[in-house]
Design a protein around this ligand. Structure first.
Ligand code: NAD
Ligand code: UD1
Length: 335
């Protein structure tokens, strides 16, 4: 199978491309490099010992997507391309709706015109909004608390509408919890640009000495130690979930699947695990809560296990070890 991977040069896309190549698929990466790095693709090829094809392009360019699908005989799409910074989406909502929503509409139109109707989409646990009950199962009510989340919700709705009108489509909507870590080789990982908003990359930069201390956003939540609890998932487990989803798209369907571990860890538990993995101290200060944060968010991953036969294998210690390995080998990311 030749699979067109939008955003394949990014963090989750690069790990998924590697697993796809290792599983014997042909991979065509379609990326505009707005946040991805060509070096990631070189390293994927080295790790896999196989070549992939690159088309530099924007998913909003429908003609370019159609040309890529046709020229390379693609039979399925894994769609990662998107902007993902929550705070930025609040400041620049139109940019988010254009890139994520308009971009996906054009991608789907291109697929439709080319007769390609199999897609795996990167959604997020953010579509559950403020959790009303935990753990979060796929039937939890959906809502959005910021433009980034709303763009994911629009796209999910667009896919469900598309399937209603065209029940021959094969659609898997994967709702990721908090992806962290890196490939065990330390050759690919999350490329840090500017100040990280997410916890694990920030902790890694404190551990390596690029930042003095971590701000722990809130110490008064109704959790065991008062700090926020999340479901961190190793990016390689996440990548493997995409392979399973593609395998299960052998019949028409539109299905939503949580990809998480089902375990919640607090900020302080992550800090401690990272100190053990790195052998470095991670100084922190407890600061006021961050606007928009929830106390706890973790998955009920049982549907993924039943339906895909997929279960996360890597625990918090593995996530910290591999994240640290990547950070140490690539202190400035891809350069
Ligand atoms: P990333 O920024 O590392 O990768 C996204 C890739 O898409 C980049 O290579 C970028 O250059 C490319 N891209 C963006 N807009 C494009 C466009 N218009 N045309 C072509 N290429 C474009 O992000 P990631 O962490 O790998 O996330 C991948 C997807 O998963 C995103 O859709 C994101 O919203 C979703 N997601 C990520 C997380 C997370 O914490 N990382 C959590 C839940 C969901
Ligand atoms: C954030 C996004 C979410 C997105 C996810 C992707 C917000 C409100 N939510 O989720 O939409 O899908 O990233 O991974 O931005 N923390 C600190 N100090 C820091 C950074 C984080 O204490 O410097 C805490 C947070 O308060 C939270 C936990 O660490 O309790 C995880 O934070 P983060 O990595 O940003 O992820 P989410 O907030 O879960």
């Amino acid at each position: 199978m030749t699979i067109l991977v939008t955003g394949g040069a990014g963090y989750i896309g690069s790990h998924t491309c590697l697993e796809l190549l290792q599983a014997g698929h042909q991979v065509l990466v379609f990326d505009n490099f707005s946040n991805g790095h060509p070096e990631a693709l070189k390293r994927i090829e080295q790790l896999a010992g196989r070549r992939l094809t690159l088309v530099r392009g924007d998913i909003r360019d429908q003609d370019a997507v159609e040309a890529a699908l046709r020229q390379h005989g693609c039979t399925a799409v894994v769609h990662f391309a998107g902007l993902k910074a929550v705070g930025e989406s609040v400041e620049q909502p139109l940019r988010y709706y254009d890139n994520n929503v308009v971009g996906t509409q054009r991608l789907l139109a291109a697929m439709h015109n080319c007769g390609v109707n199999t897609i795996v989409f990167s959604s997020s646990a953010t579509v559950y909004g403020d959790p009303q009950r935990l753990p979060l199962a796929e039937d939890h009510p959906l809502s959005a608390t910021n433009p980034y989340g709303r763009s994911k919700l629009f796209i999910e709705d667009m896919l469900r509408d598309l399937y209603r009108a065209n029940p021959d489509w094969r659609i898997a909507i994967l709702r990721y919890f908090n992806p962290v870590g890196a490939h065990a080789s330390g050759r690919i990982g999350e490329n840090p640009l500017g100040t990280p908003n997410n916890l694990m990359p920030f902790v890694a930069q404190v551990a390596i000495g690029r930042r003095d201390f971590l701000n722990v956003w809130g110490g008064d939540y109704a959790t065991a130690d008062g700090t926020g609890v999340r479901d961190y998932i190793h990016v390689v487990d996440l990548a493997l979930g995409h392979l399973k989803a593609l395998q299960r798209l052998d019949v028409p369907q539109c299905t939503e699947i949580n990809l998480g571990t089902g375990n919640g860890y607090s900020v302080l538990e992550v800090v401690k695990a990272f100190e053990v993995a790195s052998g470095r101290a991670v100084p922190y200060r407890v600061s006021p809560r961050r606007a928009g944060d929830v106390a706890a968010c973790y998955a009920d991953p049982s549907y993924a296990e039943r339906f895909l036969g997929w279960k996360a294998q890597r625990g918090l210690a593995d996530m910290c070890r591999d994240h640290w390995n990547w950070q140490e080998q690539n202190p400035e990311g891809y350069v």
